[in-house]
Structure formats: structure tokens, C-alpha cells
Design a protein around this ligand. Structure first.
Ligand code: AMP
Length: 288
């Protein structure tokens, strides 16, 4: 494992590797896994897939300030780079860790650019976290320019982000393939998340209602209208007053927009955002 804290040394190292491979007429394939640290097996599943499909993998650990709409959320986001690095040390293959400071990514002032993701940015997380996807687009665009990866890996845990990154690459005509990876879950079904570190043991158990409800929605999906399913979810959360449902939506997977009724040939996915105490969790599940 090699650690870079500046984009300058990272770019030099990658360019040297590409040149050396080029001398032997080989293409050097670079996989990229962007993270905000507080690593867990969900992140490591992305790293594993990336290592399987590339000559090297760059994993970034950067809590991107521009994608947080709440200063308290940014402040409380779990950070533990020492623990992250010790986890990554167990990976035997060629791994490059990029661990920059804010100034290395943004210069003196961290601002985001404004993006038009053709409406994808206005649904769900976009509605509830204003400016979030501008921050995501800005930091990823910078990372893609620095690293120039052949493939970049994103979890379906953040399904809306995954669709937006595909759109970003399309809009900016970036030569990178975006690979979606399945959601890794705790034994109780809760989607793995860095934010789970902030849950008490009791909240950790209570939070499984999110997963349980998604499972129930998937089971009931063939027998009910979309409106009926929404009512069902509202009722389930009323039984668990310690968990505050922020939104439940069933949307068309491609447009991320809700529809009045199920259309044949369309893929639907259910999304939940909920507060467990002060901790905001999200999860989603394909329905058909
Ligand atoms: P984050 O550090 O939360 O920004 O996540 C970094 C990447 O890991 C994103 O592409 C996430 O979608 C992905 N990821 C986070 N949690 C999981 C999970 N439970 N399963 C699979 N991928 C995940």
C-alpha cells in the first residue's frame, strides 16, 4: 500500500506506472474507489471488485465538505484515518490510498460548481439535501481529472448518486466506466454505513425496521398499487416512533421520478431515508 496526500505525487506515480506499462505495450488499468473513510466491509467489497478488474486501485479517503448541507452533519461525520489505513494494510495487492487535505482538492476556498443532471438531482436526496449533488459532482469531476481511472466503483447503497455519476461522466464525456456494486448489509439486515458507528446498540437494532420495511414492500409489490404501498410504509413507521421517516418513495430506476401507477417494462426501486436519533440513514431495494 502506498499513501499519497497530494494530487501532485499521486499523478506522478500513476503516470510513471502508465509509462512503464506502455514501454511493454501494455495498458495499465486503474480502478478508482472514492470514499469518505470510516471504512467498513461495504467499502472493501468495492475495493475487492476493483482489484479483480484492474492492475491497481486508487482508494480516496476524503470527507468532502461541499456535499454536506448541514454543518453539524459534517462536523459529526466519523473520521478515523489510522483505523482505515490499518484495515487497508491487510489487502495484499497493489493499492494506492489518496488521503488529501481540503486545500489539495479545492485550493484556498471549497466551492461547488452547479450541475444540471437532467432532473436526477432534484429527486429524493436532492430535495432533502440542497446542493448535495453539486458537491458530489464537483469533487468527483476533480478526482476523475487527477486519477484518470479506467473504471470507478460506486455502491448501490447510494443509488441516486450512482445514477448521477453515470450522468456526470456522460455530460463531461469522461473516458471512465462506472461500475455499480451491491449493498453490503449487517447480519440484522441494516445497510452498512459509516454513520452506523454513531448508533447506540439499541438504535442499531431498531434501525433494521428500514430494511424490514423494504423487504415487505418488495414482497407486497405485485399485489398492491404504489399508493397502497406508501400507506403501508407510513403505518409501519408509526409503530416505531423512535425512528423518524424522512421520505419513502417508489421511483422509476432510470428517471428517479415517482409515477402514479406501475408501467409495464419499467424497473422500480423503493427508497427510504430516516432519522434514528440524530443519525440520518438511507437504504433502497429493487422491486421488480
Ligand atoms: P461513502 O464513504 O459513504 O461516501 O461511500 C463510498 C462508497 O462506498 C460509495 O460508492 C457508497 O455507495 C459505497 N458504499 C457505502 N456503503 C455501502 C454498502 N453498505 N454496500 C456497498 N457499497 C457501499
Amino acid at each position: 500500500m502506498v499513501i499519497h496526500t497530494t494530487k501532485e505525487t499521486l499523478m506522478q506515480a500513476l503516470s510513471l506506472k502508465r509509462k512503464n506499462a506502455g514501454r511493454e505495450n501494455k495498458k495499465y488499468r486503474i480502478g478508482f474507489v472514492p470514499t469518505m473513510g470510516a471504512l467498513h466491509p461495504g467499502h472493501l467489497s468495492l475495493v475487492q471488485k476493483a482489484l479483480d478488474e484492474n492492475d491497481t486501485v486508487v482508494l480516496s479517503i476524503f470527507v468532502n465538505p461541499t456535499q454536506f448541507n448541514s454543518p453539524q452533519d459534517l462536523e459529526k461525520y466519523p473520521r478515523n484515518p489510522e483505523k482505515d489505513l490499518s484495515l487497508l494494510e491487510n489487502i495484499p495487492k497493489d493499492l494506492i490510498v489518496y488521503l488529501p487535505q481540503i486545500a489539495d482538492v479545492y485550493g484556498a476556498q471549497a466551492f461547488s460548481d452547479h450541475y444540471d443532471f437532467q432532473g436526477l438531482e432534484n429527486e429524493m436526496e436532492g430535495k432533502h439535501r440542497k446542493g448535495h449533488f453539486d458537491g458530489v459532482g464537483t469533487v468527483l469531476s476533480k478526482f476523475f481529472q487527477t486519477i484518470k481511472p479506467d473504471k470507478a466503483y460506486f455502491g448501490e447503497k447510494d443509488f441516486q448518486q450512482l445514477q448521477i455519476v453515470k450522468k456526470l461522466v456522460d455530460i463531461e464525456k469522461l473516458p471512465v466506466e462506472i461500475v455499480g456494486c451491491p449493498i453490503m448489509r449487517e447480519e440484522n439486515g441494516l445497510a452498512m454505513s459509516s454513520r452506523n458507528e454513531r448508533l447506540t446498540p439499541q438504535q442499531f437494532e431498531e434501525a433494521t425496521i428500514i430494511y424490514q420495511t423494504l423487504l415487505e414492500v418488495r414482497e407486497e409489490y405485485p399485489h398492491h398499487t404504489l399508493a397502497e404501498l406508501e400507506n403501508l410504509v407510513a403505518e409501519r413507521f408509526l409503530l416505531h416512533p423512535t425512528i423518524k421517516l424522512e421520505y419513502f418513495e417508489i421511483v422509476n430506476e432510470n428517471t428517479l421520478k415517482p409515477e402514479k401507477s406501475k408501467q409495464p417494462g419499467t424497473k422500480y426501486r423503493a427508497f427510504i431515508a430516516a432519522f434514528v436519533g440524530e443519525v440520518r440513514l438511507i437504504d433502497n431495494m429493487s422491486l421488480n
